[in-house]
Write a protein that binds this ligand. Structure first.
Ligand SMILES: [Zn+2]
Length: 445
């Protein structure tokens, strides 16, 4: 299994890359308790033996909030081993400091969470933050978990203290659905947790990858369609890359007029309006297959600095998603052409909208330069596929992806990625397999 580096944390959270602090884990695991108090109120507590004196929560501007995610956090304080309360100094932007004089005394932090995030409009989509999930709650770790960001390589335990008729589902590992484990800080923060009454997850198994699927009450009638689409795309990704990078995966569907998706370490969340309309399958099917593909392209094959390969992973994910849906018969040739035309159009629009910055720079402000990042990246992959098919032969593009995936343990920079692409064409040809030889995407008649 590939090691997913903690550098992804810096990438996905937009932080400067933090050096792992040796010894900050103390006697692991660091233990979190998530206690439901009443209504939409929770109390969250973390117990630890070592810390850096600085605690953070993911922070974003959102319409309807004064201070992003911090609006929903109150009474954050630390405690000593003897239970004495220590006030923290709030620095703004979701950062709290422990007063220097009390640093060595602090062994716990505690705070209240008002899970009322629906009242804000999050520009990246609420599936990246938190929302009410029927009578329960959907949370992304980074939006609600306050942590010391130097705990990069620590083990975490998360205990759910919720009413007896509730259940909890998360991207974290679990035996009993009450106690969860995360192997590092990124896994703790970049995962979905859903807790509440009447959750009805169902399960699918793909080559050693156990997938949990959970939908809001209005959506299950489409469960079979989602499942087939997931099976077709995940099955195909396993074939292209040779294996699955994770042994568990959670997929959560939320009922919402907006359609969007967010991918995390072992989970992704998607919103669509219920009931899911088959006429819109091209739209939500692409999002679903896109987010699932990020497990390989974006998370396993990742960029060490966070932004300079956004075009490669986002564009490549868009491109291979279309190709996969087409190959599996989920969309027809006309729809595939429509997708490719859209990608070309996006690139040209992006060229206008983002002036003359290059594809790599565009990743620094991914949302602002979306057209260029997604369109330009997809076009790059399309041309790469076409060129490789014309030269080393059909299947070479997929063999390249396999090769990248197998060599992704330490991540990529723009430079190492491009030299890898330049150096390996012969190997891809040898690796191409019969199952992936008929890969000319579309021949316009
Ligand atoms: Zn994406």
């Amino acid at each position: 299994m590939l090691k997913i580096s903690t550098a992804m944390l810096a990438m996905t959270m937009g932080m400067a890359q933090a050096d792992a602090q040796e010894g900050m884990c103390g006697t692991s695991p660091i233990a979190y308790t998530v206690r439901h108090v009443e209504d939409n109120r929770f109390q969250i507590e973390a117990s630890f033996t070592d810390h850096n004196g600085v605690f953070d929560v993911g922070w974003r501007v959102a319409e309807g909030t004064q201070d992003g995610q911090v609006d929903f956090i109150s009474d954050l304080h630390a405690l000593t081993a003897g239970g004495e309360r220590v006030e923290l100094d709030y620095q703004g932007y979701g950062t709290w400091n422990v007063p220097e004089a009390r640093r060595d005394d602090v062994v716990r932090i505690q705070y209240e969470l008002d899970a009322d995030h629906d009242r804000a409009v999050w520009n990246i989509g609420k599936e990246e933050i938190a929302y009410r999930f029927d009578d329960g709650f959907y949370f992304v770790g980074s939006a609600v978990i306050v942590a010391d960001y130097s705990w990069t390589d620590c083990d975490f335990e998360i205990v759910m203290d919720v009413p007896g008729d509730w259940s909890s589902v998360a991207g974290w590992a679990t035996q009993d659905g009450e106690t969860f484990a995360a192997g590092d800080l990124r896994e703790l923060l970049r995962n979905i947790l859903v807790t509440g009454p009447d959750l009805q997850p169902h399960y699918a198994e793909f080559e050693g990858m156990r997938v949990t699927i959970l939908e809001q009450a209005e959506l299950p009638e489409n469960g079979e369609v989602f499942q087939t689409l997931l099976e077709d795309s995940i099955g195909r990704y396993v074939e292209v890359f040779g294996s699955a990078p994770v042994d568990r995966y959670l997929v959560v569907f939320g009922d919402d007029p907006g359609t969007d998706g967010g991918a995390f370490a072992n989970s992704f969340g998607q919103r669509m309006s219920a009931p899911a309309r088959m006429g819109e399958k091209l739209m939500w099917g692409r999002i679903l297959a896109h987010e699932a593909l990020h497990t390989w392209l974006g998370h396993a094959i990742y960029s060490t600095n966070g932004w300079e390969l956004q075009w490669f992973s986002e564009g490549g994910t868009d491109y291979l998603t279309g190709k996969t849906l087409y190959r599996s018969g989920q969309i027809d040739a006309q729809e595939m052409l429509f997708i490719i035309e859209g990608q070309v159009r996006r690139f040209f629009l992006g060229r206008i909208a983002s002036d003359d910055i290059d594809l790599s720079e565009a990743g620094q402000e991914k949302q602002q330069n979306r057209q260029l990042v997604y369109g330009g990246g997809a076009l790059f992959h399309l041309m790469l596929d076409a060129e490789l098919t014309a030269r080393p032969g059909a299947g070479s593009y997929e063999a390249l992806l396999w090769d990248l995936y197998e060599n992704s343990d330490t991540g990529w920079s723009l430079h190492t990625m491009l030299s890898f692409l330049d150096q390996r064409p012969r190997a891809w040809r040898q690796r191409s397999t019969p199952s992936s030889t008929r890969l000319s995407i579309i021949r316009p008649s």
